[in-house]
Design a protein around this ligand. Structure first.
Ligand SMILES: Nc1ncnc2c1ncn2[C@@H]1O[C@H](COP(=O)(O)OP(=O)(O)OP(=O)(O)O)[C@@H](O)[C@H]1O
Length: 255
C-alpha cells in the first residue's frame, strides 16, 4: 500500500559554537526505507525528537522530502501527489477543529471539500458516527467536548473520503483507557476491512498488542523493524520497552 525508499529530510538547526551561534544542517529523517502491505498495521516507535512526526508528515504529503521516494497505492508522489493523497487519511499531532461547530458540521464541510454528494455524505457520516461511537456528542459544539471526544472528532474528519491508508500521529496521546480503547478498536476493525494503518506512538504495550510490524526509530534512522516477537527475540528481551532500550544502547556503543 505504501513504499518508502531512502527517505531523508534535512532541516537547519542553530547551535552554539564557542561564543558564536552557527547554523548547521541535520537529518531529522535519514535514509528510511520500508514497505507496508494492504491490511497491515505498522507502528512507529521512537523517543521525543526521533523524527516520527517529520516522517509521517512526508508520507502524508504535507512536507517535501529532501531526497527519496514515496509510492502510495502504486502512485508515485513525484508523479501525482494529489491522487496519492486522496488515498490517505492523515491525523496530525496538532489537529485543530473549529470550536463553534459540531463534529457533524465539520464532517459536512469536509465532505463538501471532497465533492461528496449529499446522500452519500449523509450515509458516510452515519457510518463514521457508529464506527467511532460519536452518537452522544456529534451535535455538540467542539469547544465543549472532552479531550477523548475531540480526538474522535479529529479522526472522524480524516475518514470522510473513505481513505485506504490511515496515517495517524500519536492518535491515543493523553487519552484515558476508554477513549484509547475506542480508537484502538477502530484501527483493528479497519484492518479487518483491508485498510492499512501506519501510526506513531510512545505507548509500547499498545503497539505490542495492536501492530503487525513495528519500526523503531532513533535520531532519524531506523534502529530495527519487525514483529514484536522478532524484535524481542533479536534483543533477547521480554517486552518492547526493554528491546528498544537495548537497541538504543547498542547503537550508542557503536557510535
Ligand atoms: N521545521 C523544522 N525545522 C527545523 N527542525 C525541525 C523542524 N521540524 C522538526 N524539527 C526537528 O527535527 C527533529 C525531529 O522532530 P520530530 O517532531 O519529527 O520528532 P518526533 O519523533 O515526532 O518527536 P515527539 O515524539 O517529541 O513528537 C527534532 O530535532 C526537531 O527539533
Amino acid at each position: 500500500m505504501i513504499q518508502v525508499k531512502h527517505l531523508t529530510k534535512t532541516f537547519v538547526r542553530t547551535v552554539k559554537s564557542g561564543k558564536r551561534i552557527v547554523k548547521e544542517d541535520f537529518n531529522a529523517v535519514e535514509d528510511v526505507s520500508f514497505e507496508v502491505g494492504k491490511g497491515e498495521v505498522y507502528g512507529i516507535l521512537g523517543p521525543n525528537g526521533a523524527g516520527k512526526t517529520t516522517l509521517l508528515r512526508m508520507l502524508a504529503g504535507i512536507l517535501t522530502p529532501t531526497s527519496g521516494e514515496i509510492v502510495v497505492g502504486g502512485i508515485e508522489y513525484k508523479k501525482d501527489k494529489n491522487q496519492a493523497k486522496n488515498l490517505i487519511g492523515y491525523l496530525s499531532g496538532n489537529t485543530k477543529l473549529y470550536g463553534r461547530l459540531s463534529p457533524r458540521e465539520v464532517l459536512e464541510i469536509f465532505g463538501g471539500l471532497y465533492s461528496i454528494d449529499k446522500a452519500t455524505l449523509d450515509t458516510r457520516i452515519e457510518e463514521i458516527i457508529e464506527l467511532l461511537d460519536m452518537r452522544s456528542f456529534v451535535d455538540n459544539r467542539i469547544d465543549r467536548l472532552s479531550t477523548g471526544q475531540t480526538q474522535r472528532a479529529s479522526i472522524a474528519r480524516c475518514l470522510i473520503h473513505s481513505p485506504e491508508l490511515y496515517i495517524f500521529d500519536e492518535p491515543t496521546l493523553g487519552l484515558d483507557v476508554l477513549s484509547s480503547r475506542t480508537i484502538i478498536d477502530f484501527m483493528k476493525s479497519e484492518k479487518e476491512k483491508g485498510k492499512t494503518v501506519l501510526y506513531s506512538t510512545h505507548y509500547m504495550e499498545e503497539a505490542e498488542a495492536l501492530c503487525d510490524h513495528i519500526i523503531m526509530i532513533h535520531e532519524g534512522c531506523i534502529l530495527a523493524m519487525g514483529t514484536s516477537d522478532e524484535l524481542k527475540s533479536m534483543t533477547q528481551t521480554h517486552n518492547l520497552r526493554d528491546a528498544f532500550i537495548q537497541l538504543m544502547e547498542e547503537k550508542e556503543v557503536i557510535e
